[in-house]
Design a protein around this ligand. Sequence first.
Ligand code: G1P
Length: 296
Amino acid sequence: MHNPVRKAVFPVGGLGTRFLPATKVIPKEMLPVVDKPLIQYAVEEAWAAGIEEIIFVTGRGKSSIEDHFDHVWELEDTLKARGKDEQLQEIEKTLPTPGAISYTRQQEPAGLGHAVWCARNLVGNEPFAVLLADDLVQSERPCLAQMLDVYKELGGNIVAAEDVPRDQTDKYGILDVSEDDGRIASAKGLVEKPDPAVAPSTLSIIGRYILQPEVFTELDRQETGAGGEIQLTDAMARTIGAVPFHGLRFEGTRFDCGSKTGFLAANIAFGLEREELAADLRQILNHYSVGSVSGA
Ligand code: G1P
């Protein structure tokens, strides 16, 4: 029996420079896909997987994330008075159990490993999940729930994994695979953003992790890696041997909403999933694809 995963950490302190000017005063995690902020998709995924406690590692200028997961009484009263029950229900979905959400601040942009390390006292000595809101996964069974299914059998550290073209290995953490059954790969090492020429494989880590608390001992060393940042990948790599490490090729489609094209693609894919939008959206897509063919 492996210790249950009750807590999830959301690093939301990043600057979001790739989406300026939109992210000048709005956190990138608050950018909406269709009509829901990226961070809400990630939090709902964690809740759907049975996570009980949410931990945000925030930073300067991110207070709208805290406000988003709280009551807005004037709005709720107005919607109630106007009988707008559907909208009321929508915003009630953002409310955590009182006390089941906490915040700490990453005071400097020192890397993903540093952000996760900032949550060490709130996590304590138990396994936990990490979700990066930039990586949005469209799937029947939520990605984290798929990972927890595997965790129940294998324990240890588990990451969501995806094969990428070799020329993109320098954008991801990459597994040095020891065994691979096509769905689950075990790793004997990990490399953060390796050059395609030296990457040990093309199996990349996407932003979903289940981690054992041993990772904090490694992060305590505050060693910097790729890009001069404290890397979560390096800390996980150093626990291999003591802690089993597996990558799960999850079922579903991952959108890199940290890139503009990934973000636009996510809006289309999630829009097409919505009954009330699908027909109109298809028409618009047809219009533009016809436009591009005739204009070519
Ligand atoms: C981070 C991690 C990287 C991982 C990626 C997934 O990189 O450091 O290992 O593959 O998230 O999205 P970032 O995208 O923050 O540069």
